[in-house]
Write a protein that binds this ligand. Structure first.
Ligand code: ADP
Ligand code: MG
Length: 340
């Protein structure tokens, strides 16, 4: 038996297996980076469902030329420096894995100009092999270009679906994001044509954006929720029981701003609706749960789709109460009728 150290590129490609499932996961990682950099406007250009090209340009803080090679190195991050930072992490990223992973399975280009810098710079990586940092004109902010995803990993490429399917996954994820960040403008093009635009609208999720994201029926049948107790806050929108779904497709949960799936919370919501929904029907909601970051572990999965609550029973109880109360108030309320 011969044990050997794997080369860096292969290590990154293996890590990419966890983080980069399809074009939508690349878009997620890159847009999260743009948001962490303070972007107010993000342009997303896609070709062939993102398989041929994903180009994301932001107007955030940018990266200094000498830092570009670090940005694409594994476990290099500007977001945490210690285990304490990890426990109270407020950024979407912190693992320092996305860029090297994506770069190892695509033809990759990173161009950036840092705030107050005179010049921009560019770094290209082809299938993980690093080029030189060269000067390149760029407005303040960053552009990341990812071409030919998985071109060097045929086993992965095989799992990519039709252009329309991949595009739909990207759009699903952008909708999830647009609900959480109404302050940011997002412009999407596909194959050179404008395909979607989310205008920046200020800090609060507006009925307009809800309407755009989830449709008119949802927007017409929502109840506002805003409940605080025990150091937690749950706010957002839940649908009146009369508006319900055959699946869980309109359930959006954000924990400290991060979109997650959580069975515990989903269960609490279901329970709150249990008296008012028929069996087999599902509620629709957009809910933001905020609590002390030290009470949530976000480092559960590389793609960060899940979190772990330190006091999950307390969270369950809190969510149940908040929603039960909101639903009870409408039933006791003004006898308002809804359709949907
Ligand atoms: P992480 O987001 O976990 O830190 P990434 O691999 O996604 O890891 O990014 C590595 C680093 O590169 C980030 O910590 C950040 O400093 C920098 N970076 C990446 N994308 C951007 C961007 N769009 N704008 C500014 N800096 C960026
Ligand atoms: Mg990141």
């Amino acid at each position: 038996m011969n044990i050997r150290q794997l080369p860096e590129v292969l290590i990154n490609q293996i890590a990419a297996g966890e983080v980069v499932e399809r074009p939508a996961s690349v878009v997620k990682e890159l847009v999260e980076n743009a948001l962490d950099a303070g972007a107010q406007r993000i342009d997303i250009d896609l070709e062939e469902g993102g398989v041929r090209l994903i180009r994301i340009r932001d107007d955030g803080g940018g990266i200094a030329p000498e830092q570009l090679p670090l940005a694409v190195s594994r476990h290099a991050t500007s977001k945490i420096a210690s285990i304490d930072d990890l426990e109270s992490v407020a950024t979407l990223g912190f693992r320092g894995e996305a860029l090297p992973s994506v770069a190892s399975v695509s033809r990759f280009r990173l161009v950036s100009r840092a705030r107050d810098a005179q010049h921009g710079a560019e770094l290209r990586i082809d299938g993980g092999s690093l080029g030189e940092v060269v000067p390149q004109a760029h407005p303040q902010g960053t552009t990341v270009e990812v071409r030919d995803l998985f071109y060097n990993v045929p086993a992965r490429r095989k799992f990519l679906r039709a252009e329309r399917t991949e595009l739909a996954h990207i759009e699903d994820w952008l909708r999830t994001l647009a609900l959480a960040r109404p302050d940011v403008e997002l412009r999407v093009t596909h194959n050179g044509k404008p395909s979607r635009r989310w205008k920046g609208e200020g800090d609060l999720l507006s009925e307009l954006r809800l309407h755009e994201a989830l449709g008119e029926d949802f927007a017409r049948n929502v109840l506002r929720v805003d409940h605080s107790a025990a150091g937690m806050r749950l706010h957002g929108w839940i649908a009146q029981p009369a508006y319900n779904r055959a699946s869980t497709d309109q359930q959006y949960l954000y924990v400290n701003g991060r979109s997650v799936r959580d069975r515990n919370v989903a269960h609490a919501v279901r329970q709150a609706y249990s008296d008012v929904l028929f069996h087999g029907r599902h509620p629709a909601y957009v809910l933001f749960l905020e609590l002390d970051p030290r009470g949530v572990d976000v480092n559960v999965h590389p793609a960060k789709h899940e979190v772990r609550f330190r006091e999950s029973r307390l969270v369950h109880e809190f969510v149940y109460r908040a929603l039960h109360q909101a639903l009870a108030e409408t039933r006791a309320g003004n006898g308002q009728t809804v359709s949907g």
